[in-house]
Design a protein around this ligand. Structure first.
Ligand code: SF4
Ligand code: SF4
Length: 231
């Protein structure tokens, strides 16, 4: 038996058009509670359900972002015996129609945690879901650029920039500027980039847009590079 499907990074409208053109056995989408409440994951999931297509999930922990939560978000998780990653996996596995959940693991502990989540029969309550929604709102305010560090953009940058590294510096800068209201401190954080060779700094970006074309998150990377250069 062979199954015919695809991995999707695009808009809900595009997904609907693809489903109308052919018959598919499965589709893989990026789905996690952050993208459910702050992005288009819910719409994509609902379109697949309308077409009765099994959902395969990638990035259930949003590239690790939901595994390491800031303290104010951690406080919202009720059962402290379940890790933040465990909550993220339970959210996805709780959804009817999700047949496969793919999660990258780099340590034995993560494999144990993930299998525990898969074995769990814990159905999330309305209250637990509303807490995850609240966490997603807090994160959305804190994180200027939701880069997952997948590096799909890097091979396509003609300038060879380490784009995820630069975006993480940008996030630190925005976070500090928002938290302390002290532009000087925030600018100091960006100043670390001075240690990079000139041709690897944000100012080396030529604005070709190739990175954005290859970014599953559709991030407008050239505009962040421009802002960093200006600062
Ligand atoms: S827009 Fe800038 S960062 Fe993006 S691929 Fe082109 S040169 Fe690299
Ligand atoms: S492709 Fe997008 S999400 Fe992935 S590392 Fe590059 S900027 Fe980040």
């Amino acid at each position: 038996m062979r199954y015919f499907g695809f991995s999707f990074h695009g808009t809900p409208g595009c997904l609907r058009r693809l489903l109308e053109k052919n018959e598919w056995d499965f589709v893989q989408i990026q789905l996690n509670y952050y993208d459910w409440y702050q992005g288009t994951a819910r719409q994509q999931y609902e379109i697949l359900r309308e077409h009765d297509i099994p959902v395969m999930v990638m990035e259930p922990v949003h590239g690790g972002m939901l595994a390491v939560l800031p303290e104010d978000c951690r406080q919202l998780l009720q059962d402290k015996n379940i890790s933040p990653a465990g909550w993220a996996l339970r959210f996805v596995m709780n959804l009817p129609g999700v047949s496969v959940t793919l999660s990258g693991m780099s340590e034995t502990g993560q494999a144990e945690e993930n299998t525990a989540a898969a074995d769990s029969e814990h159905s999330l309550t309305r209250k637990e879901l509303s807490r995850l929604e609240r966490i997603s709102e807090i994160l959305h305010k804190k994180i200027a650029v939701p880069c997952t560090g997948c590096r799909y953009c890097c091979d396509n940058c003609p300038q060879g920039l380490d784009i995820p590294f630069l975006l993480s510096a940008y996030n630190d800068y925005r976070d500090e500027a928002a938290a302390f209201g002290d532009k000087n401190l925030a600018v100091w954080r960006l100043f670390r980039l001075k240690a990079l060779a000139k041709e690897k700094q944000p100012s080396a970006c030529i604005g070709c847009g190739s990175c954005t074309e290859h970014c599953p998150q559709g991030l407008d990377i050239p505009s962040y590079m421009r802002e960093m250069s200006a600062v």
